[in-house]
Every structure is written in C-alpha cells, then in structure tokens.
Design a protein around this ligand. Structure first.
Ligand code: GLP
Length: 255
C-alpha cells in the first residue's frame, strides 16, 4: 500500500484530485469507479473546477459507481444517482450514457447485481477505483462480515452506517435499510484503487485497514491484497497509525 499522509483535508483532497486528473489525461478512455459520501464532495468540486479550467476532459471516460440505496428511485433527492448528477456529471463533458450506477428499484435484485458486473466487464474493467471508508471500515456498502470475494449484490446496512447517512435525508424520512453494492471482489479487480479518508472519526478504521489483519471485520483491509492501492489521509485520519514515521519518511507530507 502507498500511504500518503497529507497535512490537512485540503491537501489530501488536492493530492487525490491530481492523481485522478493525471490518470484520465494519460488514459482518455479511462473507466473510473466512483464513490459517494461527504468526503467526495470537495473532491468532485475540485475536479469540476479543473475541467472548467481546461485541465482535463471526461469526453471519453466511462464511470461505474460503487453503490445505490435500494427502495429509492434514481430521481429521489437523496439517491446516489442524484448526488452524482448534481455534484459531478452535469458539470463536466462526460457522455451521460457512459455513467453507470446500480438501479435502486430493480425488479430482481440478484439479476441487477449480475447485470452490473457484466457491464463492468464489457467496459474492459475499472482502471481506477475511487473509495471512501466508513467509520466501521466499510468500502462501498460492504459492511463488516462481507465476504472478501463478494460481487455486486444486496447488503443490509448496519445501524452505524444508517446513522452516519441520516444527515443526508430530510428529517422524518427513514434512511434505507438495504443497498446494492459492488462487492469486495469487484473492487479488488480494479487495476488501481485510491481510497481517501479525512477526519478523526475515520482514524480507527484507517489503522485497521492499513495495519490490522486482513479481515472481513474491516472490509477495507482487503486492500492489503491489492497490488496498486493508494491511501490518502489527512493527519487526523492517520492519528491511530503506528508506522507514521515510516510513511512520512517515504512520502513526506504525502508527496
Ligand atoms: C457511504 C458510502 C461509502 C462511503 C461512506 C463514507 O456509506 N456508501 O462509499 O465511503 O459512506 O462516507 P463519508 O465520506 O460521508 O464519511
């Protein structure tokens, strides 16, 4: 794992933006795996600014999002379809027909998981998978105890995750109990993974992911098996790591 500890959240987001833009500029037909969540909002805003400044084009890029809630339609204000459209897709030159998310209201959820996997394969696989991390170590919506070989399927959300995501739903509206998510096996198939974690509430999950045993108890720890995984954190999210001196020695301030 390449562990890049940046001085603060801004620097971490800027570092991630640079990696994504370099990836797309080197591969105009990149297949990006995209993530949602609060961590990604400032990142997508910076990517939009970079696009507006002419630093990158997404005209040839294909995207696959990690996950979507089950039971809410794409046009729901809190769906990940809406999140992606409002925060990123409608501001850049991407061909909307090449943006993909699992459907949250499929007739048959198992078939939807298989269809999504087939679409990723047909696109040639994911070249760069962007990831956040949940406080309990989840990636996508692969909650603790998820099979490390899992593929796109339904997961029941933990109460921790539902509580963390409650802030994005209007008061009084139930947060979804289930989601369709790429599996950990799907994520590990990406040729490159880039995980971003900021803030003190991610510190334990980050330590478990990087320095803990590989275990379904911390789904993100499966990235230890990936040949090209980069973890970008700020100092707060890195605060529980034991080998910080080493990571800083190899990549001072995440450079
Ligand atoms: C959700 C998403 C994850 C994301 C996580 C952390 O559960 N499914 O992909 O990594 O939230 O979100 P945040 O960045 O808001 O902490």
């Amino acid at each position: 794992m390449k562990v890049l500890i940046c001085p603060d959240r801004d620097a971490a987001i800027e570092r991630a933006k640079g990696i994504i833009i370099d990836h797309v500029n080197a591969r105009p037909k990149a297949v990006l795996g995209l993530a949602t969540g609060g961590t990604m909002v400032p990142l997508y805003e910076r990517i939009v600014s970079a696009y507006q400044a002419g630093a990158v084009s997404f005209a040839g890029v294909t995207t696959f999002n990690l996950d979507e809630y089950i039971g809410i339609p794409p046009e729901h204000p809190c769906s990940y379809h809406t999140y992606m459209r409002d925060i990123l897709f409608r501001h850049i030159d991407i061909d909307q027909s090449r943006t993909h998310l699992p459907h949250g209201m499929p007739d048959d959820v198992d078939a939807e998981g298989e269809r999504y996997e087939a679409e990723i394969t047909a696109a040639g696989g994911i070249s760069l998978q962007l990831l956040g991390i949940g406080k309990n170590g989840h990636i996508g919506f692969n909650e603790p105890s998820s099979s490390l070989a899992s593929r796109t399927r339904v997961k029941t959300l933990t109460e921790t995750t539902r509580n963390a995501n409650r802030q994005y739903f209007p008061e009084g509206e139930e947060t979804p109990r289930f989601a369709l998510t790429m599996g950990i096996g799907t994520i590990l198939d990406a040729r490159e993974c880039l995980l971003i974690a900021t803030g003190a509430d991610k510190a334990q999950a980050v330590a478990d992911m990087i320095e803990g045993p590989v275990s379904a108890a911390c789904p993100a720890s499966a990235l230890q098996f990936h040949r090209h995984a980069t973890i970008i954190t700020d100092e707060e999210a890195a605060s529980q790591l034991r080998l910080t001196d080493y990571y800083q020695h190899v990549h001072p301030d995440g450079i």
